[in-house]
Every structure is written in C-alpha cells, then in structure tokens.
Ligand binder design. Structure first.
Ligand code: MN
Ligand code: CU
Length: 666
C-alpha cells in the first residue's frame, strides 16, 4: 500500500504549494527540453531563455489557491539552431508545442554561459594570440579571458553575425585580474561558428602590476594584520523567532503578502504584492508584478579598444544567469532564510543556483516614528516605534561588477527598491604613473600606476506593473507652483501651492526628475479615502537619479533611448517587459520602451506600468581601487492617501526584551 500512497502524497503536497506564477521547476525544464528536442529533426538547439509564460492577467487575478490545476503551465523558450532564433511556446502541462516561430528581426538573445565559457578558451590555442603573449613576455598560464558584447554601431543587418569580443587579463599572484588588462589586444569570435574571426594587437602597453590589487583576506604570515577597521562582529537575535512565513513561493510578513520568483533574465520577480489593511479589514493590491528590466552600462572612452563597451547587462548577459550564491552571515544577516533558483542551461538542462535569494527582517536600529511631548505639565511622554522591514536580496555578478539588489517591504506600506554597486572597475592599462604626466583626454581617472578607470554610467531600469488598490490607475504629477501675492492681502509676497495634472497618454508621463518641482503619484481614481482624497502611492527617489548624457544619434543611446528620463508610464501590454527589447545583443533600438511609448496610448484610469530608472554617473576615484565599496541608490513607492491614517500608529512598542549583550550569553 505504501508504494501506491507515496506518489499521491507527494503530488498533493506539491499542488498545495503551487502557484501559477511559480518559476519553472527543474522537472518542468527537463520536460520542456524533451518536448522541443523530440519534435525537432535538428538536435543542435542551444537554449538562450526558458521562462514561465505567465497566465494572462485576468485569469491570474481570478485564480484562487483552490483552483490549483485550473491554469495551464506554459513556457516561453528562445533557442538557436542552424543560425536561426526560434521562439517556442510550450504547454508544459500537456507536454506539447503550442507554437514555434523563427524570429527574423534585429538583435540576438541572451548569451549562454556555456558558449561564453567555450569562447574564452579560443585565444589559448590561437597562434597570433600566443605570439602576442610571447612578445610581451607574459606567462600564458596566468592569462584569463572574458567576454564583451560588441554592441551595434550602424552596421547593416545582412552583414551581421553573432559576434562577441574577447579581452584578456593577467591573474598570477592576484585574483583581481580585471585590473590587469592586456591592453591593445582585441579578439572577435563568431559565436555560431565558434571561431576567432577578428584579431587585433594594436599596441604593447605594460600590464599593470599585481601588487596591491588583491581583495582576498590575507593568509599565512599576513593573516590578522589587516582588521576590519575596529568593527566588532554582531548578529541579529530574534527572541521570538522569525516574523515571516514562506509557503512555496508566497511570502507573508507583517501586513504584506507577495510572490517571489526567479527568472534567468530578470533575477528577482515580485508579484501580487498586497497589504492587509487592518482598518478596512481587507487585502489591498499594490504591485502586480515587478522586476529589474534592464541594466545599461555605457563606457565613455570612444577609442578603438573601448568604444563598443556599452553593455546591456540584463538583455545580453542575464541578471538571473549572473546571480551569485549568497554567503550566509556575510551577504545576508544571521536571521536570513535562503531560497534557490533554477534555470535552463545552454543545453536546456536545469541548473540550480543555491541561495540565490535571501529573505530577512532588517533591524537597522532605525526609528519608524517617535515623539517626545514635554508640553503637558506633570507628564513626560516619549513614544517611539522601532523600524523593522523585510528584505528580499539578490546579487548579480556580471563579470567584474556586482549589483546588490534589495526589495524592502515596510510596515508603513512602502516598498523600497535598493540597488548597490560594488566589485571591480573596468580599467585600461596606460604608460602613466602620475596624473601630472597626462596631457591628453584619457576618458577616466588614473587610480594606480598604469591604471585608468574609464568614466561610465549604470542605468538600472525597473518594470513595475503597479495596480494600486485595483487594476485601473492613473499617473499624476502634483506640481508645486509659486504664487506671487500682489494685492497686499497678506504680509507675505509668495507661497507655493499644488496643481495636479493627470497624464492622459504615454507622452504626458515621461519625466526627467528635478526638471520642475513636482511629486509623482500613481493613483486609483476610482477609490477615495473617507475624507475624499484619491488613494495612491508616491514615487520617491533615494539617490541615483542620473540620466544618460549621450546624444540621441549615438548608437548605444538609440538602443536605450528610455535612459534619458527616469520615469515612463505605459499602458499594460503583456509582451512589453524588457525596456531595451526582447533581443538586446546587437539590437538596433527598434523595440524598446521609448518606441512603445510612441504609440502614445491612453494611460488615464487604465492598467498601467511604471518604469523607473536608477542611474549613476560613475567618475571613478582611488577608493574604488582595487575593489569599490558599495555605492547605493534607489527609490520608494510610499502610500499617499492610501490609508486613512498612519498605518502603524497602533503598533505596540517593544517591552522587557532580554538583553543579549551581557557577557554571560557569549
Ligand atoms: Mn498595472
Ligand atoms: Cu561604476
């Protein structure tokens, strides 16, 4: 009997946890691969993307956990075979192919990790490269090569191939090979042929030295000599345990509930974020679906070796594909819970990233609200509530750079989007050893002997299908206007007041922050508070508001035209997910957020999507070498007339907690 019961029990427990937005499981990915390969005569498919094709929004919104089996599981697959890009829709439940179309437009899919691994090995058996290494007197055993997308600079499509540039570096005594480029040597690989089709050894510039570049903790005799700046270790203690629950991919904490998923392109995907409003005794929707949609990183050196470095780290390399396994007690605090991610490798087989997410309650020692009242005779009143929030963290290590991406949910109803940059700068080798020697434009900062870090930008663009208290929302600019008083009715000569403008169409909702004093809101014009204010959420920047300074006719800017404004709002369209288009490698800018917005659709009282770009102009400085400390920015969606009053006014203060700082506990 046990033999028959066991599979039943397993399937029951699986369905009780399954949600239509759950990421594809390893077994589903295996099924998808089998279905595709068994239907194809050609078995040479390489899989560039396999992700959940989420159910259409109305079906999803009417879904309830009791309907577990009612929504079909579908996967969207981008695969290459015989130099062609296939878009395949697979019915995972029925193990069948729904459609298989060849994409003939511009651009190529995300590079697979496997093809990059093969490509970086090509130079080591390429005679001209071996000659370049020999004549520089370098040791081939110390050479490490890395991949760089080629971009698009106006080439006609018919002459284009799937190309990749390879640059090489010297490791040797340091792990930090990125700061030791073999400058002047550029290798071009045709990825479909997997062979070197271009080679240039332009100049011999000495490789910067290894000394002082390593970032690893010293070992051996040096161990213990460098301490952490006098900081003592610390851990978070939760005497009553964790305050959140994870069931499958649903996370519930305080008043929040949301679905957490992993996608090989986007990384973290948050869906169906809703807030339980204790006063209204109902769960209120805030964010239907959100993720980082693109990371655009253009460098500012226009010379032969560098001009093409205008990376789209998500569309070309995959934020999820580059996700790092998080280190317990280091990347995340002691009270964190970890979750794995799964994606399809280039061969279509499932690959697991251990600890791709961590989820933890943040006790930062901050105050949520407080007041001291000394004005009432005979009473000394101080009322304080500590701030606690829930963080979902992922780290994307895209070659040299690391991005720490946080989604922070607050008991006040806010969602904070944090992105931090760290890792290693892209540098070029130079003969200069002192800034005084430099007499011509170098497009960067001399950081160390023979090492220039090139100016660049980081633009991190978020897709946020906001559904504030329902699907139909509007975008409102609350403009602050100065009023001059000229009639002598008051001693004042001026004041400011608010003039609200609701955006009718997409053209009205493209905003460059700071161009005029205005507060930006997503509102639900169909819902009002008791006193009659329209419910909404405010968009607040928390630093990182740079916009692209490239000209509109510059090729990388054509591909990321949206990067000249921080805020765009579009009408919801299931296919418009990726700010720089579905196919980004060598894209030509004909499919991106800016082009969709040219349709100028109506966005007033409609299902709308907010696109927000966090931007940094990075002028490197010496503290960024040999590895830069975190530089953070982000923004917040904060309730604005969403609640009737401060939603955490009735929370209890902490009382009588045991102290864990006494030595007897250590
Ligand atoms: Mn929406
Ligand atoms: Cu940077």
């Amino acid at each position: 009997m046990l033999i028959f019961l066991l599979p039943l029990l397993l399937s029951l427990s699986a369905s009780s946890h399954s949600h239509p937005l759950d990421p594809l499981t390893a077994s589903e990915i295996t099924t998808i691969r089998r279905v595709i390969l068994s239907s194809a005569s050609d078995q040479s498919f390489s899989f560039h993307y396999i992700g959940l094709d989420e159910p259409d929004k109305p079906a999803l919104l009417s879904w309830r956990p009791s309907h577990a089996a009612s929504l079909p599981r579908r996967a969207f697959v981008i695969a290459r075979s015989d130099r062609q890009t296939h878009e395949i829709l697979v019915d995972v439940s029925n193990r069948s192919i729904i459609s298989n179309a060849i994409y003939r437009g511009a651009g190529y899919p995300i590079l697979t990790a496997e093809e990059q691994t093969v490509a970086v090995e090509l130079p080591s058996i390429y005679p001209p490269f071996l000659e370049s290494i020999r004549k520089r007197g370098l040791d081939l055993a110390e050479v490490v090569c890395s991949t760089f997308s080629v971009g698009w600079f106006g080439e006609a499509r018919r002459r284009r191939r799937r190309l990749l540039k390879i640059l090489c570096f010297l490791a040797g005594e340091t792990a930090n090979y990125y700061v030791r480029p073999i400058e002047g040597v550029t290798i071009v690989v045709d990825l479909d042929k997997m062979e070197i089709v271009g080679y240039r050894d332009r100049a011999q510039i000495p490789v910067p030295k290894a000394e002082g570049t390593d970032y690893r903790a010293p070992a051996g005799k040096e161990k213990g000599k460098r301490k952490g700046g006098g900081v003592k270790p610390g851990v978070v203690v939760q005497p009553e345990g964790k305050g959140f629950e994870i069931e499958g991919h649903m996370v519930r904490w305080a008043n929040w509930a949301f679905h957490l998923s992993f996608d090989v392109r986007a990384g973290t995907v948050i869906s169906l974020a809703s807030f339980y409003d204790a006063e209204k005794r109902s769960r209120r929707r805030v964010l239907h679906r959100g993720f980082v949609s693109e990371l655009f990183v253009p460098y500012m050196d226009p010379t032969e070796d560098w001009y093409y470095k205008t990376f789209f780290d998500e569309g070309e390399f995959g934020v999820g594909l580059c996700a790092s396994s998080l280190e317990p007690m280091a990347d995340c605090p002691a009270n964190a819970v970890f979750m794995d991610g799964c994606y399809a490798g280039g061969d279509g087989k499932p690959v697991v990233i251990k600890n791709v997410f961590c989820i933890f309650e943040r006790y930062a020692g901050d105050v949520a609200w407080r007041h001291t009242e000394a004005g009432i005779p005979g009473q000394a009143i101080t009322e304080v509530r500590p701030d606690v929030s829930l963080v979902v963290r992922m780290v994307c290590t895209n070659g040299n750079y690391d991005y720490v991406m946080d989604w922070e949910f607050k008991t006040t109803g806010s969602i904070k989007f944090g992105v931090s940059l760290t890792g290693i700068l892209e540098v070029k080798a130079t003969p200069y050893t002192h800034a005084d020697q430099i007499t011509s434009e170098q497009y960067g900062t001399l950081l160390a002997d023979s090492t220039i870090a090139v100016y660049h930008d980081h633009f991190i663009t978020y897709y946020l299908d906001v559904d504030v208290d329902g699907v139909n929302n509007s975008f409102v600019k609350s403009k602050l206007k100065t009023v001059h008083v000229t009639d002598g009715s008051t001693p004042r000569k001026s004041y400011w007041t608010v003039v609200k403008e609701t955006a009718d169409t997409e053209a009205d909702a493209q905003v460059r922050l700071g161009s005029e004093p205005a507060e930006l809101l997503i509102v639900n014009p169909n819902k009002k508070t008791k006193v009659g204010n329209i419910v909404g959420y405010q968009i607040i920047d928390h630093g990182g508001t740079a916009v692209s300074l490239l000209t509109e006719d510059d090729y990388p800017q054509m591909r990321a035209r949206y990067s000249n404004k921080q805020v765009w709002v579009t009408a919801y369209n299931k296919s418009e997910k990726w700010a720089s288009g579905l196919y980004v490698d060598q894209s030509t800018g004909d499919d991106n957020l800016a082009t969709w917005s040219q349709k100028n659709r109506v966005i007033k009282n409609r299902d709308i999507v907010l696109w927000y770009t966090v931007g940094f102009h990075h002028i490197p400085c010496q503290e960024d070498f040999p590895l830069m400390p975190l530089l953070s920015g982000g923004f917040e969606l904060r309730p604005f007339n969403f609640f009737e009053s401060n939603p955490i006014i009735k929370t209890q203060p902490y009382r009588h907690l045991p102290s864990f700082n006494c030595t007897s506990n250590v």
